[in-house]
Write a protein of this length. Structure first.
Length: 219
């Protein structure tokens, strides 16, 4: 595995706010810079107890996935068979999205009767919701987190989960972002948050583990 990954980033994304100036008549293309960061570690195999594990599904909804190529071509094909395994194993399943999207879940991974459903106003699904209360009531200790996007809701909700004493598992092919560099940075951020796990130690407590759906065993 490479020790470092080269990432191209827009100068606009790194710019600090300065004095206001008049907008140019024609905006020049964003400048790009090259930098090195630690490579994303290999996914780890994990064995999870269905009785204490929940699947958290974030924003697998029409308005987002219809406009994000990786959602339909990468995330959904991985998530559909995995959802079947989750249902068969009897895991608790929780869904979180904004109010306007609650009726727009993709049918392949849509909520079933009895699932937890959270209407969020922030990217962190634990913020100002009953998600923690409902999960704790079911004895949940570990969360499998999937959905759009790794550099947004998945990052913020994983941080919220760790703050509430959960261990988080993220199957890498079930999440993505709008660009390769944003996806790479998202994976780095989740591993470097909470009880940091940059080495991707499997199931490090109150940390994130990166895995793949075919590397998860329910037992």
């Amino acid at each position: 595995m490479k020790l470092f990954r080269t990432v191209l980033m827009s100068g606009l994304a790194l710019a600090l706010c300065g004095e206001a100036s008049e907008a140019p008549a024609a905006q020049a293309p964003a400048k790009m810079i090259t930098l090195q960061m630690p490579a994303t570690p290999d996914p780890a195999r994990v064995t999870l107890d269905p009785k204490t594990t929940a699947l958290i599904v974030l924003d697998y909804v029409e308005d987002i996935c219809n406009n994000q190529v990786s959602c339909k071509t990468k995330m959904l094909p991985a998530m559909t068979p995995f959802m079947g395994r989750v249902r068969k194993a009897g895991l608790t399943v929780a869904y979180g999205t904004r109010a306007q999207n609650q009726t727009k879940w993709l049918k392949e991974v849509a909520p079933a009767p009895g699932d937890i459903r959270i209407t969020n106003t922030a990217q962190d699904r634990f913020y100002n919701t009953d998600l923690d209360k409902e999960l704790k009531a079911k004895g949940i200790k570990t969360l499998i987190m999937v959905g759009w996007k790794i550099s947004g809701s998945v990052t913020y909700t994983s941080v919220g989960a760790m703050a509430h004493d959960y261990t988080v598992v993220i199957p890498m092919e079930t999440t993505s972002a709008g660009s390769d560099y944003e996806t790479t940075i998202g994976f780095y951020n989740v591993l470097n948050s909470g009880n940091a796990n940059l080495a991707n130690q499997p199931l490090k407590p109150n940390a994130v583990t990166l895995t793949r759906t075919d590397m998860i065993t329910f037992q």
